[in-house]
Design a protein around this ligand. Structure first.
Ligand code: ZN
Length: 153
């Protein structure tokens, strides 16, 4: 499955999304100069795709995006896309457990919002462990049956 097309990190609060960082030199769609560092960006409203240099990124999107910020935003978006894909596979394999886990997690979040504790509870941790691969696919069956039996949280 190609998830690259779905990876997009919103640039600030603009309509623009960072969809990639080019490491090879190329032409900037905005100024036409050949540049070494280029961003692939997409306008979420119009669907317009552009490849722009860092300076022109600011001119096009209205937002300054440093190389470090861009790399971090893309890494985060990639991790989210991976986690979403992993969760989708889990939900397909164990729909009953996935539905219960989401319900329980939402209830847990509501409970904890009133508490001073700001971290996720044990149910959120379990949910995140499935999403981020800490519980590998080979252990999903065991994790699902243990959860359904009330042995987690
Ligand atoms: Zn340019």
């Amino acid at each position: 499955m190609n998830t690259a097309a779905t990876i997009a990190a919103q640039i600030g609060n603009t309509d623009w999304y960072l969809t990639g960082i080019r490491s090879s030199a190329g032409e900037c769609d905005h100024c036409g100069r050949t540049l070494k560092h280029l961003y692939s960006v997409r306008n979420g409203q119009t669907g317009e795709d552009m490849i722009v240099g860092r300076g022109c990124c600011k001119k096009v999107t209205g937002w300054t995006l440093t190389a470090a910020q861009a790399a971090r935003a893309l890494r985060y978006a990639e991790a989210q896309a991976r986690a979403n894909a992993t969760w989708s596979r889990f939900a397909l394999a164990y729909p009953e457990c996935a539905a219960k886990l989401l319900r329980d997690r939402n209830a847990e979040l509501l409970r904890m919002r009133t508490a001073t504790y700001t971290g996720g509870g044990p149910i959120a941790q379990h949910y995140n462990q499935i999403r981020n691969g800490s519980i590998p696919e080979g252990r999903w069956r065991e994790a699902a049956s243990r959860y359904m039996a009330g042995q987690i949280a």
